[in-house]
Design a protein around this ligand. Structure first.
Ligand code: ASP
Length: 330
């Protein structure tokens, strides 16, 4: 429970079907993967797995009937926003979608804290994507209702990392003992910032493959080294491909570059083709948070190792689990 959410707690005592206030994530914000330990992940994967079975069996059910989600997106999104929408609707809840902040009071200069305090009058949980690092933490400071970080600039994307880890777990059965190779824009890619941290809860080896100017930030390398995780950095995929169990490909984040000439120089640094896969393990999986803009050739899509479309579906189950958990229904 958030300290400042006394009024919600008090109110729910009078509801005929109150929320489970003793549930692990009830009323909690999801701001960074740093807040999770292995037990939390096991729990989230368990709930997500049950969500998967329920969706496959009945499609939708009324776990969150009467609850309302506000989707507040200050940056473009296809998968995150529509998977949260689908997750809420499959759980019987409903939605306030604000995907075009240009048409909301934000365009008139409303501050983030004020927009958040407005939306929480109408919604039970807020999913926020914002271009500034730390925006979700700021929102959470002002909100009584749970805030879920759906990407804060080049900072973190915790729900993506959770769904990435769940994908690996469902596809390969474990995370321990794996070699995960993160490739592409490791400087600006928030998904890899979150995923590398989350992976460090397991016994993994992490390879980083990037152009020199897009190396993983040194503070992340240091954080992970403190957990005794073996890490290696490369400029090309060649030395890492043979040992890789999970190849996690990312897009070069054009919108984060100050110098577009620099973007032009690195934008096509890596392209995964059928040829690349000849040297890879037969059981390797290829992941990508998407959108892709040329890093994985379409000829790879039919290879059974291409997991990036399945990964999107796993995202639905993880987001259903997270909504149910923060709303005290799991
Ligand atoms: N969709 C992911 C994100 O929001 C990855 C990307 O945009 O490249 O970070």
């Amino acid at each position: 429970m958030k300290e400042n959410s006394l009024s919600i707690e008090k109110k729910s005592r009078y509801l005929p079907f109150g929320d489970q206030q003793d549930s692990l994530f009830y009323g909690k914000d999801i701001l960074s993967v740093k807040q999770f330990n292995r037990d939390d992940l096991e729990y989230i994967f368990g709930v997500a797995h049950e969500m998967r079975e329920m969706v496959q069996r009945v499609g939708s059910f009324d776990l969150l009937k009467g609850k309302i989600l506000a989707n507040l997106f200050y940056e473009p999104s296809t998968r995150t926003s529509s998977s949260f929408t689908s997750a809420m609707e499959r759980l019987g809840g409903s939605l306030i979608p604000i995907n075009e902040v240009h048409y909301s009071s934000v365009a008139e200069g409303e501050s983030l804290p004020d927009t958040i305090r407005t939306l929480e009058c109408y919604a039970d949980v807020i999913v926020l994507r914002h271009p500034e690092v730390g925006a979700s933490a700021l929102a959470a400071k002002y909100a009584k209702k749970p805030i879920i970080n759906a990407g804060d600039g080049i900072g973190e994307h915790p729900t993506q990392a959770l769904l990435d880890a769940f994908t690996i777990y469902e596809e390969l059965g474990t995370l321990d003992g794996l070699t995960v190779t993160l490739l592409g824009d490791l400087k600006y890619g928030r998904t890899v910032h979150s995923l590398a941290r989350l992976l460090s809860l397991y016994k993994v080896k992490i390879n980083y493959v990037s152009p020199e100017v897009l190396r993983i930030p040194s503070e992340i390398l240091e954080e992970i080294a403190e957990k005794n995780i073996t890490q290696a950095e490369f400029n090309t995929l060649e030395p890492a491909i043979k040992e890789t169990d999970v190849l996690y490909v990312t897009r070069v984040q054009k919108e984060r570059f100050e110098d577009l000439d620099q973007y032009e120089q690195v934008k096509s640094a890596y392209v995964i083709t059928a040829d690349t896969l000849i040297r890879a393990k037969k059981k390797m999986i290829i992941m990508h948070p998407l959108p892709r803009v040329g890093e994985i050739s379409m000829e790879v899509d039919n290879d059974p190792r291409a997991a990036y479309f399945r990964q999107m579906e796993y995202g639905l189950y993880v987001r259903m689990a997270l909504l149910a958990m923060v709303l005290g229904k799991s």
